[in-house]
Write a protein that binds this ligand. Structure first.
Ligand code: SF4
Length: 316
């Protein structure tokens, strides 16, 4: 059996929910309660959330070989262009991940990523040798202070493994950062710059409260903060600016990008689309249908782009 995100299940024909936007990556979860205890995560050790949840998404279980056969068909149709395994640190998680990577690779030649917590460089090497395209590290927190409060564990060790992996395997390492865990905007922008300088792909997420987790009562980030962080990531990731060009208040809020051609740069709306590995659009991972759109899962209309630029609340 394997857990499949509801959106992915709908693309595979396993579920008939109606979707405004379909995922272009097939998301599978290799789960089981995690031994880690991230305060925001539905799969955390102390979480009371459903075992079928990750962020606000439900992941029903299906037969594994049937799922992989349907994945191959969706790839053949061109509906799915990447597969990503969301892996929790449950018993036997690493071997299980290797098995599923090999099974996917044996079924079709879609690129496979794994959002996983490898223990050391030997495990990084094993994942890549098994055929993983990107390893997505869930660093999540922008800085040691928030990391320790929200995730626990050792910040320096986590960052050092990510940085070593990025140096050794350029182009094959991604990092997830969550905006809204209690960090300052300046901290997010600085971590984005540090990770980008090492060649990492940066997937930006908005904190989403999930009932049953330790952070269930914390609000998601203000949309203006998230828009500023999206633009900071976009400018840095595309080498259009460096964090040193931005102006921050003493409280760490981003006040200005100091980049005169910004209106033209933002005009296509791409800065506000979901970021991460190619074709990873994560529809409604952080958003309720009809609610605040943190990450747009498809190209924006000109009206949506105009609204997103206004939501930045900075002079451009
Ligand atoms: S950015 Fe998307 S495809 Fe890449 S590891 Fe993260 S969730 Fe998976």
């Amino acid at each position: 059996m394997i857990n499949v995100s509801t959106g992915t299940a709908a693309v595979f024909g396993l579920d008939n929910i109606k979707m405004d936007v379909a995922p272009t990556t097939g998301y599978l979860m290799l789960g089981g309660r995690c031994v880690m205890d991230c305060a925001f995560c539905a799969q955390a050790r102390s979480s009371q959330a459903s075992a079928l949840k990750l962020s606000r998404i439900t992941w029903p279980e299906f037969d594994e070989s049937q799922t992989l056969a349907l994945l191959a068909k969706a790839v053949e149709r061109g509906d799915i262009r990447r597969c990503c395994l969301q892996v929790t640190v449950a018993e036997g998680y690493f071997q299980r991940t290797l098995e599923v990577i090999r099974a996917v690779r044996g079924t079709c030649n879609v690129p496979v990523d794994a959002a996983i917590l490898p223990r050391d460089m030997a495990q990084v090497e094993e994942l890549l040798a098994a055929g993983v395209d990107h390893i997505g590290f869930g660093l999540d927190a922008a800085g040691e202070r928030v990391f320790q409060r929200v995730k626990g564990g050792n910040w320096a060790q986590s960052v050092s493994l990510i940085e070593d992996a990025a140096r050794r395997f350029p182009g094959h390492v991604a990092v997830h950062l969550i905006v809204g865990l209690g960090e300052k905007e300046q901290e997010v922008a600085e971590v984005i710059q540090r990770m980008h300088d090492l060649g990492l792909i940066i997937g930006l997420f908005a904190f989403t409260p999930v009932r049953g987790t330790r952070m269930e009562d914390v609000s998601p980030p203000p949309i203006s903060t998230y828009r500023r962080m999206q633009v900071a990531r976009y400018l840095i990731a595309n080498d259009l600016a460096r964090v040193g060009n931005f102006t921050f208040s003493t409280a760490g809020q981003l006040l200005s990008f100091d980049l005169p051609p910004l209106p033209e740069i933002l005009a296509d709306g791409v800065a506000f689309q979901t970021s991460g590995c190619p074709d990873c659009n994560r529809p409604f991972y952080n958003e309720r249908p009809g609610g605040t759109m943190y990450n747009y899962p498809k190209p924006l209309t000109s009206q949506q782009t105009k609204a997103a630029i206004e939501e930045l609340e900075v002079l451009i």
